[in-house]
Design a protein around this ligand. Structure first.
Ligand SMILES: *Cc1c(COP(=O)(O)O)cnc(C)c1O
Length: 438
């Protein structure tokens, strides 16, 4: 008979201890195709991207996959956001609307290009930028909206498009987490004026290190991206290099080996997505049956790339309204980790509460937690599953994870004394106190 005691209290763990290092959770998946492609580049002797075809082939294949005219490969997703801003003519000093809930690069890329991020709260159901709050944040200085398809779910792009058109704003997609997701049948990356993707090894379309992609239908945006990724020079690979730079620019090219690796991943992207979609839906359906666990919602007009699975824990519906959401989440994380489920927070602060971003704010506009209540609530009461579920062979392990959730949920009463006696303070409050003491 299975040991029903919680692993936290000495029972048997539900998920094998070595599951995270097993073949069925490996990501990226490296097959002979990747090995041959990478060795093929080494053996070709042509390692620079202008001479070799791998980068250009990846650009063509990704443009075709997304359904846009142009793609440019870059050194990272962060570089892709920066060059999207530069290439669409967003000026230093301009305000860029960004969601308060995202990865740091969504806000640091505009700052690095001299822009001012203006933080907008998220929608409580999709966790993506709230178009109504975005409308309220527009000023005469606003020039762009940076729409992050967080966790792999496309934003409400019709509403954002209408807003952008009404105010003459550029609509930029941060699609770093959303390769292959769709909105009204169109791919992420074809939904704005320009889109930035990451090829970081952790993402749904990975390379064997760092990389990024930009997609657009606009040939002028493409031309400016190309200039800005390579020293401001027009490098065609044809004829003698002129060493003629027309703009001051850095170097953000993708390496040939990275491109060759990603082309192999791209060939399997759709097939892997389909199996992942089945695994994830089965897993989430079981969790959704547990009263008090809120699973990700995918509106019927879009598809989810499932880059991350976010689970919220509702203290009211869980029967413990007296326990703070942060304390409940902390104790659940301990119990689930003990069972072998790799739950962890993703983002422990709203972007505007990040020390780095607070430091570049005007002194008369300090961070105010009440400006982004939904972002704060989601950070407090949720955990994520990352990476494990990306591998299409992870289905049986996700079933074990669902077993563990059911086990912990049934016995959550036993966790509540520890949650009640915990001194819990959200990170933003701890930082506030440090700032006040400084
Ligand atoms: C990963 C990520 C980025 C940055 O991409 P890098 O390739 O790591 O530079 C930007 N935005 C979001 C939402 C991301 O998840």
């Amino acid at each position: 008979m299975a040991d029903s005691r919680l692993a936290m209290f000495g029972g048997t763990r539900t998920v094998d201890a070595d599951a995270g290092a097993s073949e069925s959770t490996a990501w990226p998946i490296v097959t002979d195709a990747e090995r041959e492609a990478v060795l093929g580049v080494l053996d070709s002797g042509r390692l620079t991207s202008v001479e070799h075809g791998e980068v250009q082939l990846l650009e063509q294949e990704w443009a075709q996959y997304v359904g846009v005219r142009h793609c440019a490969a870059l050194s990272s997703g962060t570089a892709a956001i920066e060059l999207a801003l530069v290439a669409t003519g967003i000026e230093p000093g301009a305000e860029v609307l960004v969601p308060a809930f995202s990865f740091i690069a969504t806000a640091s890329a505009p700052v690095l290009r001299g822009c001012v991020p203006v933080y907008v709260d998220i929608d409580p159901v999709t966790y993506t930028i709230d178009p109504v709050a975005a409308a309220a944040a527009i000023t005469p200085r606003t020039q762009a909206i940076l729409a992050v398809h967080l966790h792999g779910l496309p934003c409400d792009m019709d509403a954002l498009r209408a807003l952008a058109d009404r105010h003459g704003l550029v609509l930029i997609e941060d699609a770093a987490q959303a390769h292959g997701a769709t909105y009204h049948g169109r791919q992420a990356g074809a939904l704005g004026d320009v889109a930035a993707f990451s090829l970081n090894a952790s993402k749904n379309l990975p390379t064997s290190g760092e990389g990024g992609l930009i997609t657009t239908d606009d040939p002028e945006i493409l031309q400016r991206v190309l200039l800005h990724r390579q020293f401001g020079e027009e490098l065609t690979g044809r004829g003698e290099r002129a060493y003629l730079s027309t703009v001051v620019a850095g170097n953000a090219k993708l390496s040939t080996i990275q491109a060759a690796f990603t082309r192999c991943q791209l060939a399997r992207l759709a097939e892997r997505h389909e199996q992942r979609d089945r695994n994830v839906r089965r897993f989430l359906d079981r969790l959704a049956a547990l009263d008090g666990i809120v699973t990700p919602h995918c509106p019927p007009d879009r598809t989810h790339a499932w880059f991350q699975l976010r689970l919220r824990f509702d203290n009211q519906r869980s029967g413990c309204p007296d326990v703070s959401p942060g304390a409940l989440r902390t104790i659940l994380q301990r119990a689930l980790r003990a069972e072998g489920v790799p739950v962890r927070p993703y983002q422990s602060l709203p972007l505007p509460a990040q020390p780095a971003l607070r430091a570049v704010r005007p002194a008369d506009q300090p961070y105010r937690p009440q400006d982004h209540p939904t972002t704060l609530a989601v950070i407090e009461d949720s955990l994520t599953i990352q990476r494990w579920h990306l591998n299409p062979a992870a289905g049986p392990l996700l079933d074990r994870c669902a077993d563990a959730f059911e086990k912990v949920w049934e016995q959550r009463e036993l966790l509540l004394p520890a949650a009640r006696s915990m001194t819990y303070r959200p990170l933003w409050q701890q930082l506030d106190r440090t700032a006040a003491q400084a």
